[in-house]
Write a protein that binds this ligand. Structure first.
Ligand code: HEM
Length: 197
């Protein structure tokens, strides 16, 4: 978390509701994605590498979403067309999310914000943060999960852009994959019954 004035970014504020995920559940989840101390070091390194490339990364991801009508649909306004203001507002928080992913402390504030991001993809909270009147009331869970692939595949060239060894790039990439999978797993929680999660 860092102090920012990004509209709608509420990480670490009292506006964020507590995550229902317990410390014990979270510890087992981290074990399950094989996330260890080495990965944390690699994520910090990735943060240094990606920090100056955020806009270029977002250009690639937004290009990918924009090229797929079934994905850009979720950024549509009431008329069913992509809403540039909505896209722009989410883009700012998405950029911050790259920094937060690399700097994550995996504490309660972080867990609570994962719950919030999950909610913002569901019908419970989508469109509220930016006061959007969107044709898409929710993002379907199947795309949330599937999106792990492009978010992971496209980051590798950026990790390799600053002259690190092939081994360092591999380590940063593996840590990124684990960190993103961990988060999307947590984001799936508000989509399903507690007994199923
Ligand atoms: C919001 C990341 C999947 C559409 C966000 C935010 C982040 C994010 C960081 C902003 C959170 C905040 O408000 O602070 C991701 C990641 C995904 C994923 C890492 C999967 C690996 C998807 C997919 C779609 C999508 C598949 C559909 C195209 C949106 C939309 C919002 C959003 C429309 C704004 C929701 C709102 O109204 O608040 N996403 N996302 N996301 N994402 Fe995703």
């Amino acid at each position: 978390m860092s102090q920012t004035s990004i509209p709608g970014y509420t990480y670490g504020t009292p506006q964020v509701a507590p995550s229902p995920v317990t410390d014990a559940e979270f510890a087992l989840l981290k074990q399950t994605v094989l996330l260890g101390e080495d990965d944390l070091r690699s994520l910090r390194m990735a943060g240094d590498v990606l920090g100056e490339q955020i806009e270029a990364i977002l250009d690639v991801w937004y290009g990918f979403v924009g090229a797929h009508p079934h994905l850009v649909h979720y950024f549509s306004g009431a008329d069913g067309r992509p809403d540039p203001q909505y896209l722009g507002r989410v883009r700012l928080r998405f950029g911050q999310w790259i920094r937060d992913t690399c700097a994550a402390q995996y504490d309660r504030a972080w867990l609570d914000y994962q719950h919030e991001i999950g909610l913002r993809h569901t019908a419970a909270k989508k469109n509220r943060t930016d006061a959007v009147n969107s044709a898409a009331p929710q993002i379907h869970l199947r795309y949330l999960i599937a999106f792990i692939v492009p978010i992971t595949a496209t980051i590798k060239p950026f990790l390799a852009n600053k002259g690190h060894s092939a081994a360092d790039v591999e380590a940063m990439h593996a840590a990124w994959f684990k960190a993103v999978t961990l988060q999307v797993t947590l984001w799936s929680e508000p989509y399903v019954a507690a007994s199923v999660f």
